[in-house]
Design a protein around this ligand. Structure first.
Ligand code: ZN
Length: 359
């Protein structure tokens, strides 16, 4: 799958090259009133972060501190996998079945893959990017919230867009620091990738995410065990727009993406489960496709963040922050779930439904 490595390089280009332009466009006035209080930010990060789009280092004092808080000896003793230069997992037949490796067998182990019947988990990966403000502008016009799986490197590069999304009450989640396949990383590297991304979001937004999506869906029980120790719930998807293949030189056309959405709309009435759909805020054309197709989704499904569809009102470590959920959400005309309004409430200690993997 050449496309995998192509995505890595294109993520690099998208996040690194246009950072100056991004900062300007992302600083435009948000159209939605802030719902969540976010801390002041001078534009200079207080913490030192790894180089963007590079695998996070494991020898810094911060990483050593994070590792000391975990029990790595309790992790399944699977060696990291290797991907070849074409982006394919090397020797997939040698990966033991008990690793429950999604890349090899689409194995799921309490990862979230679906929302309930007639609900649509609206997710956008790989942001924030220079194109994100266009997407957020559109979502704000219908008060539509989504789960945004952020790449840490992009968060520190396009921090204005990240702060806008946090303040508007979008569900912010983690998608690693450098977008490597998770199972190729050592335990220490994976922890560093999660925690640096988490720290950047905390510094910018005052919140600590608890939801994670693995790049390329690449996850196994070793990675799941590390996620549980760090307090994360993993999210995959059950339908994939393959919108990222519309990148320059890619093999997916806008018409094909539109047709996929049309098919999902047409089949909605016959399903006993809802969807979690994979989309990206990565390129101009993926944002265009998202904007074009969302209205028909809203007319057919109740679209909402993943945390909302599983009725998790507290998707951050800060349990005094409450986001509306499926059962608690206000629904508007056209069956679009109106804003999953966020409010700060008294610090009720509501334990997040952390997955127990029984590893
Ligand atoms: Zn991704």
């Amino acid at each position: 799958m050449l496309i995998k490595l192509s995505l890595i390089s294109l993520v690099t280009l998208a996040s690194a090259a246009p950072s100056t332009t991004t900062s300007t466009s992302a600083a435009s006035t948000p159209t939605a009133a802030p719902l969540l209080p976010i801390p002041a930010f001078s534009g200079t990060f207080a913490n030192a972060y790894p180089p963007v789009d590079k695998t996070a280092p494991t020898d810094t004092p911060l990483v050593k501190q994070w590792l000391a808080e975990l029990n790595l000896t309790a992790m399944p003793d699977f060696p990291p996998t290797k991907f070849n230069s074409g982006g394919d997992l090397e020797n997939p037949n040698s990966v033991p079945a008990d690793t429950c490796d999604w890349t090899v067998t689409n194995c799921i182990n309490k990862d979230i893959t679906n929302c309930p019947k007639r609900t649509w988990g609206l997710t956008y990966d790989d942001g924030p990017t220079e194109f994100s403000p266009q997407l957020y502008d559109f979502l704000d016009t219908t008060d539509q919230k989504a789960t945004l799986f952020y790449i840490g490197s992009n968060v520190v590069t396009n921090w204005q867009a990240a702060r806008r999304a946090c303040a508007a009450g979008y569900h912010i989640a983690v998608h690693t620091w450098s977008h490597n396949p998770s199972t190729t990383l050592t335990n220490e590297q994976f922890v560093a990738e999660i925690k640096y991304t988490e720290l950047a979001i905390k510094e910018l937004c005052g919140i600590t995410p608890t939801y994670f999506r693995p790049p390329y869906g690449d996850i196994d029980n070793r990675i799941r065990g590390l996620l549980v120790q760090m307090g994360y719930t993993s999210v995959i998807w059950d339908i994939d727009t393959n919108d990222w293949m519309m990148a320059p030189g890619g093999t997916r056309t806008e018409a094909q993406v539109d047709a996929a959405f049309d098919q999902w709309v047409a089949g909605a009435a016959n399903l006993t489960e809802g969807h979690v759909c994979l989309e990206h805020e990565l390129y101009q054309n993926t944002v265009n496709a998202a904007i074009k197709n969302l209205p028909k989704i809203q007319l057919t499904w109740k679209a909402m963040p993943v945390a909302a569809c599983v009725n998790d009102a507290h998707p951050y470590q800060e349990k005094n922050i409450t986001l509306a959920t499926l059962d608690g959400a206000q629904t508007g005309s056209g069956a679009a779930v109106k804003s999953l309004s966020a409010s700060v409430v008294a610090a009720a200690a509501v334990a997040i439904a952390a997955a127990s993997f029984g590893l």
